[in-house]
Write a protein that binds this ligand. Structure first.
Ligand code: ADP
Ligand code: ASP
Ligand code: MG
Length: 418
């Protein structure tokens, strides 16, 4: 008998019919003798609907109240799934995040999980109950409802698996694993049988939304065995076959070393670039620019400072497009005149495209192949950043898909079978 956490995303619980299929699948796992904790998302499209309702009432919704509204989608699906399990004669109980004390910090809309009190869940499991927990949500120390950022149910699932020391965390979704790139953009993308934890971390942080970044961070920190697999297969698929399907996020690096140098191409559409021109080139200037941005809780991604000409330089950085206006506002009010910069120039229409692979550590010429490929397509690179296992470039957003396709092909990812 194992303790297993399952997570089902929005499409997987997108209708009553699908919820019944999930219950059918869970029954199979339960009958095989496993203890099950199930995390679910809201029905697909529901969180978007709730957020737009909030925006109809308040253009810039109050962050606390937005979480009160946005978290409700998951409450519907946990209840429905528990009912579907009860209908099958199984013992089941649903909980919201606050009910099982998913304690988070108070950063509304992007809260971090601090602790989970797993006692109640363990007691239920001991009595043979399937425990169904609402993803995406928690409660802060003051009793406020919080949400974990878009895609946050993945993180709920992995955090529960860590707290319960589960044997495995299975992320069921609408694709059958992690692909070399988003199969919606490149139909030739290939499923990876395994991907190293480090690569998955980069892929998620660079925009592959198949797993929320924080869920991968959690899995790494607490060594949670993690697998991404399809919820669209026949629910009666033999359990052993299902348990070995999809993509395993592995901690063993050596397995695929001799395979493709690059494991995947990731992209992020919703980026924006901001440049401060004629910034005095002196110690502390980056801090004076980015300090107020951080204080406003805006995440900065890439940063570039040019060499100085006549003691001044241009300073550029990227932020999520949602935070573009806010970042410009902070620079206008707290930075520009204060440091003596000349102008704030913004471009909200950029995208980031990245290649990821641990094979980069032992191969040369990866960057030049990437740059040549983009040049051949006539795509200009506005910013470049690298780490040991990734290279990212910023391009005009209209070229993003072209760049992804060209790189996927150039690095031979259509033939990959890891
Ligand atoms: P869920 O609702 O199950 O959480 P998501 O929509 O959040 O599902 O994530 C699954 C989607 O992620 C897929 O449908 C796919 O379009 C997208 N995706 C992006 N990058 C990748 C990738 N490298 N591999 C697989 N899927 C990806
Ligand atoms: N329902 C939330 C969202 O749409 C959380 C999730 O799906 O993981 O972002
Ligand atoms: Mg998701």
């Amino acid at each position: 008998m194992a303790l297993i956490v399952h997570k089902y995303g929005g499409t997987s619980v997108g209708s009553v019919d699908r919820i019944e299929k999930v219950a059918h699948r869970l029954e199979k796992w339960h009958r095989a003798g496993h203890q099950l904790v199930v995390v679910v998302s809201a029905m697909s499209g529901e969180t978007n609907r709730l957020i737009s309702l909030a925006k109809e009432v308040q253009q810039n919704p109050d962050a606390r109240e937005l979480d009160v509204v946005a978290s409700t989608g998951e409450q519907v699906t946990v209840g429905l799934l528990a009912m579907a399990l009860l209908e099958r004669g199984l013992k089941a109980k649903s909980y919201t995040g606050p009910q099982v004390h998913v304690l988070t910090d108070s950063a509304f809309n992007k809260a971090r999980i601090l602790n989970i009190d797993e006692k109640k869940i363990r007691a239920d499991l001991a009595s043979g109950t399937i425990v169904v927990v609402a993803g995406f949500q928690g409660v802060d120390e003051h009793g406020n409802i919080t949400t974990l950022g878009r895609g946050g149910s993945d993180t709920s699932a992995v955090a529960l698996a860590a707290a319960l020391k589960a044997d495995e965390c299975l992320i069921y979704t609408d694709v059958d694993g992690v692909y070399t790139t988003d199969p919606r953009i490149v139909p030739e993308a290939q499923r990876l049988h395994r991907i190293t934890f480090e690569e998955m971390l980069e892929m998620a942080s660079l925009g592959s939304k198949v797993l929320q970044l924080r869920s991968v961070e959690f899995a790494g920190k607490y060594k949670v065995p993690l697998r991404v697999l399809s919820s669209m297969t026949d629910a009666d698929t033999p359990l052993e076959e299902e348990a070995a399907s999809g993509t395993l996020i592995t901690f063993e690096e050596d397995i695929k070393m001799e395979k493709a140098v690059i494991s995947g191409v990731a992209f992020e559409r919703d980026e924006a670039k901001i440049t401060l021109t004629h910034v005095p080139d002196r110690p502390g200037i980056a801090y004076q620019i980015l300090g107020p941005i951080a204080d406003a809780n805006i995440d900065v991604d890439m940063i570039i400072q040019n060499i100085s000409v006549d003691g001044t330089t241009d300073f550029s950085f990227t932020v999520h497009r949602n935070e573009y206006e806010k970042a410009i506002g902070v620079l206008e009010s707290k930075v520009k005149d204060h440091i003596g910069a000349k102008q704030i120039v913004g471009d909200p229409k950029i995208a980031k495209v990245s290649i990821v692979g641990i094979g980069m550590r032992s191969h040369v010429g990866i960057a030049s192949l990437m740059f040549r490929t983009l040049a051949e397509e006539g795509i200009n690179m506005q910013m470049i950043s690298t780490s040991e296992i990734k290279i990212s470039v910023v391009v005009e957003d209209k070229y993003m898909e072209l760049a992804v396709r060209a790189l996927h092909k150039a690095f031979g990812l259509e033939q990959v079978a890891a």
